[in-house]
Design a binder for this molecule. Structure first.
Ligand code: CA
Length: 260
């Protein structure tokens, strides 16, 4: 019996690997995955393991590099959303890659998760000192990496929520609940403030009245979409010089002119 079980197991694992790699190829071709995770790792097995899990559990696209130098190059040209970086790499070490990326204004903000051997604690600490955002020790579970990525994603969106929104003459500070136009404070009602933040968060994008209504008042709001028009009109009056920043898209809604 024993040899047969062994054989079955071997076949099963081969089949699952083949399916995984088919899945990987198919998923990589999907174009609706807009944010990219760059995996810099010289062991193909580790890349496959991570890629398959990420494609199944997240909506990220995957990009890969198998040595430090090409990893650095891809990070600079593709500006990925997150980088998973092995430390022991051919051509250039992961630490060196991390140091260069974190020292460059263009790539500094890209979160880096370090993959390191359990024994190499000194390297791991060096990576964190160089600005890496988190680390995972090998051997690791791909699910753990997904959880780390999601935690980084959460911290990142919290940080973005706190950031000031600026468009043309308008500056909106979400923490202080304050708006100014050309440096002069403007007093807005809560609804006007919410409407303006919605527009400022996605400049250039057309927002329907329904989208603005549910975004500013919530879905259960017992008011008409025409109310949005009234509030936008008052908002424009208050914005003064920057009134034209809000453009009416006839029969649909509004948008913020990104280059005004
Ligand atoms: Ca390695």
């Amino acid at each position: 019996m024993a040899p047969m079980i062994q054989q079955t197991t071997a076949t099963a694992s081969f089949t699952s690997r083949t399916q995984d790699s088919e899945f990987f190829k198919r998923a990589r071709m999907q174009t609706n995955r807009s944010k990219t995770v760059l995996i810099v790792e010289d062991e193909q097995d580790v890349i496959d393991l991570l890629a398959v899990r990420l494609l199944k559990d997240t909506s990220y696209a995957i990009s890969t590099a198998t040595d430090g130098l090409s990893g650095l190059e891809k990070a600079r040209t593709e500006l990925p959303w997150i980088i998973i970086l092995d430390l022991m790499l051919p051509k250039m070490s992961g630490l060196e890659v991390c140091k260069i990326l974190k020292g460059d204004r263009v790539t500094r903000e890209i979160p880096i998760i370090i993959l390191s051997a359990k024994a190499a604690e000194a390297d791991r600490l060096a990576g964190l000192e160089l600005g890496a955002d988190d680390y995972v020790t090998k051997p690791f579970s791909p699910r753990e990496v997904v959880l780390r990525i999601k935690a980084i994603e959460r911290r990142r969106s919290e940080k973005m929520e706190d950031e000031k929104l600026v468009c043309g003459l308008i500056t909106l500070d979400p923490i202080r609940h304050h708006v100014d136009v050309a440096g002069k404070p403007v007093r807005l009602t809560t609804a006007e403030f919410k409407l303006l933040s919605l527009l400022l968060k996605k400049p250039g994008r057309v927002h329907s009245r329904e989208m603005l209504l549910s975004g500013a008042w919530g879905y259960e709001a017992f008011i008409n979409t025409r109310t949005v028009d009234t509030h936008i009109r008052r908002l424009r009056d208050k914005l003064g010089k920057a009134a034209n920043t809000i453009e009416t898209v006839r029969g649909f809604g509004y948008r913020l002119l990104a280059d005004s």
